[in-house]
Design a protein around this ligand. Structure first.
Ligand code: ATP
Length: 654
């Protein structure tokens, strides 16, 4: 460590606190104090400005370490929980405060130091991203201010410029009117990626069953009182409780969170920019802080709008909408990626954000949810797009070959290595490496991967020359890595390194709104490929698609649509050929009990795979194969079969 970082320990047990102090001092950190309560911690923070806080959760005076989280984040101080309590409820509360780590007592000195090391790396990364975000946002807003746009055009560009940084489903700008007792309001509903539907206030009032003239006085009064801030979930419910318009609006649009930035324009009039989201935990201190930093720029922009309020907003906007405004009219960012559900749009938003940064990305999601597609898209949108994207399927490689595949080998490094060969990391230099099925990477190879991530260097197998590379890592897995770490199959330090920016892809059954769009996309794509003339899907077939549970997600949908199209001759797809057990869970003859002993998870997994293999007569790949039924890629299933020692003739290796 080059610079001594200052750490505050919040711990009410003296012995534990002192142990921590000794461990950290030995490792080169300096300790600015040990606080036994939240109040004491705040006093030390004000005085000594630590860069990190190690935080116990339950403190003897009844205060909770988690209560300090918001305070710390506002000040940009990183924190890690250290607690003996691993109760699920507490873990969830702690996780919601987004710490940099969680260490369970008792822990080893090594674990503490690794955790801090990773936390510092992540924090540094976050700070860099925050600076980039700030610059980009200012640039986009300044462009709207400086360019010679007409007023409606200027207004129409604001939601797109802000949504990348503060996602919303409903957006509103309210400015006190020039005439007394009036307001100028501009509202948008997000309807797609970079599509914002302008809403006219009178129409909106009508849909809410409210008379605009009656709610106006309350709105004017509220505008004067509003302050910058945000409310998520319960706080939001509390905030809208006594506000007629906001309450109705939120019920109508299913909104659960709000963030607002209130400003005073140069002529003294009040204005507020509000973001509302359907996600209940949508807003954070960081987003608020970012907008607060933009206050002057936002003021400048709103002052421009205020000079010439647009009375025919909706008419002008409708015209603009027909012209399909997109910030620079560039090619669509997410070509071939289908989905408009709010949850999916938020994912696209975060992908757009992370693409430009150099950070590692970890894509999590069930099999077939589109992880590889998203990884490709991140690469395509990144500054590395003209350099290679190299894919490695960690499950498809025998463990003996993984290292030579990743790092290359020298001639004669092992039997069969007749030539020297460059590994995937070398091939990806300057570009991106996509490590698919990272959860399958053998633990022995994980440490080598960690070294590349940390030091950006490695040696070829059988070689001693250190090779330096500049590679961005995107990893994906359908495994629960928290569980893999807890069970000792995945290194915690590697997990935290990869998990700098997680992207969680929801299973298709949790975003059924996207089914019609996806189905139509596959009809168009497959009809052409298969030489059919199918153009539409009948309502009955669409119903079938909507009720099915999609265990194999979008990949399964693509397969089933293909099969169904092959059976269709006309222009309408009338029936979807779904697997026989549609809607029902497979009937398992395997039992979790043997004699009076409960089987382990591994034994259950072996039983289940054997059972399905038998039912498929040993067929692993392709339609009706065990991999399809189990909702796994064949490579993953094969690797599980190998790992669990299942022989393909359905016996367990002894
Ligand atoms: N949002 C989407 N829009 C259109 N097609 C999609 C979408 N998501 C996935 N697909 C398609 O579904 C198929 C499976 O996607 P992909 O291989 O990316 O999934 P995956 O999560 O990586 O699967 P696995 O974990 O099994 O490797 C691909 O053909 C992909 O093009």
């Amino acid at each position: 460590m080059t610079m001594k970082e200052n750490i505050l320990i919040v711990e009410d047990e003296f012995i534990v606190g002192n142990d921590l102090r000794l461990m950290l001092t030995k490792a080169g950190y300096s300790i600015c104090g040990i606080a036994a309560s939240v109040d004491e911690a705040k006093a030390i923070i004000e005085k000594s400005k630590p860069s990190w806080v190690l935080l116990d959760i339950f403190l003897q005076d009844g205060s909770l370490g988690t209560d300090l989280a918001g305070y710390l984040r506002q000040r940009g101080i990183g924190f890690i929980y250290i607690s003996a309590n691993t109760n699920q409820h507490i873990l969830e509360i702690a996780r919601a405060t987004r710490p940099y780590g969680f260490l369970v007592k008792p822990f080893r000195e090594k674990d503490l130091l690794i955790m801090l090391d990773i936390a510092r790396y992540k924090h540094q990364n976050n700070l860099q991203m925050a600076v980039q975000r700030e610059q980009l946002m200012r640039k986009q807003l300044q462009h709207i201010i400086d360019a010679p746009f007409e007023l409606a055009d200027r207004i129409a560009r604001i939601p797109g410029a802000l949504n990348t940084f503060v996602p919303f489903d409903y957006f509103n700008i309210t400015i006190a009117g020039k005439r007394p007792n009036t307001l100028d309001e501009y509202s948008f509903l997000r309807s797609g990626y970079e599509e914002y539907q302008p809403l006219e206030q009178t129409d909106l009032s009508k849909s809410l069953g409210l008379e605009r003239s009656l709610v106006l006085p309350a709105k004017i009064e509220l505008l004067e009182e509003l302050q910058s801030g945000f409310q998520n979930e319960d706080d939001f419910t509390h905030w809208i409780a006594d506000k007629v318009w906001e309450k109705k609006l939120s019920a109508h649009l299913r909104l659960h969170a709000r963030l607002a930035i209130a400003v005073t324009l140069p002529d003294g009039s009040a204005a507020v920019v509000s973001f509302f989201s359907r996600e209940s935990e949508a807003y954070t201190e960081e987003q608020l802080a970012l907008l607060v930093k933009m206050e002057n720029t936002i003021c400048q922009l709103l002052a421009q709008i205020q000079q010439k309020p647009d009375t025919a907003f909706s008419r002008v906007m409708a015209k603009k909408r027909a012209e399909r405004i997109s910030p620079g009219n560039e090619a669509p960012l997410f070509e071939g990626i289908i989905g408009r559900s709010p949850v999916f749009l938020h994912i696209l938003q975060s992908i757009n954000m992370v693409s430009a940064a150099p950070s590692s990305v970890l894509i999590l999601g069930e099999s077939g949810t589109g992880k590889e597609l998203i990884a490709r898209c991140i690469h395509k949108q990144s500054p590395r797009k003209n350099k290679p994207l190299v894919t490695v399927n960690c499950a498809a490689l025998p463990s003996e070959l993984i290292e030579s595949e990743l790092f290359g080998h020298e001639r004669g490094a092992f039997t069969g290595a007749t030539d020297k060969r460059a590994g995937k990391f070398e091939l990806a230099d300057g570009g991106t490496i996509f490590l698919d099925e990272i959860g399958e990477l053998p633990i022995e190879s994980q440490v080598k991967l960690l070294r590349v991530l940390q030091e950006k260097e490695f040696e070829r197998v059988g070689g001693s020359k250190v090779i330096k590379v500049d590679v961005r890592v995107i990893a994906a897995t359908n495994r629960n890595l928290d569980k893999e770490v807890a069970e000792g199959r995945f290194r915690l330090d590697l997990y935290y390194r990869l998990n700098v920016f997680p992207v969680e892809l929801p299973p298709l059954r949790e975003r059924k709104e996207d089914i019609p769009l996806l189905a139509q996309h596959f009809v168009d794509k497959l009809s052409e490929k298969l030489g059919r003339s199918v153009t539409t899907i009948s309502p009955e077939a669409m119903k079938q698609l909507q009720v099915y549970d999609w265990p194999g997600n979008i990949r399964e949908m693509e397969h089933l649509m293909e099969r169904s199209l092959l059976m269709t001759s006309g222009s309408v797809l009338k029936q979807i050929i779904l697997p026989r057990s549609t809607g029902e869970k497979p009937v398992l003859q395997t039992s979790s009990i043997e004699g009076n002993r409960i089987k382990t998870m591994e034994e259950m997994e072996i039983d289940h795979i054997l059972h399905v293999l038998k039912a498929c007569k040993g067929k692993v790949c392709g339609t009706g194969g065990a991999a399809e039924i189990l909702g796994l890629p064949p490579s993953t299933l094969n690797s599980r079969i190998r790992k669990l020692g299942i022989k393909k003739d359905f016996h367990i290796r002894d």
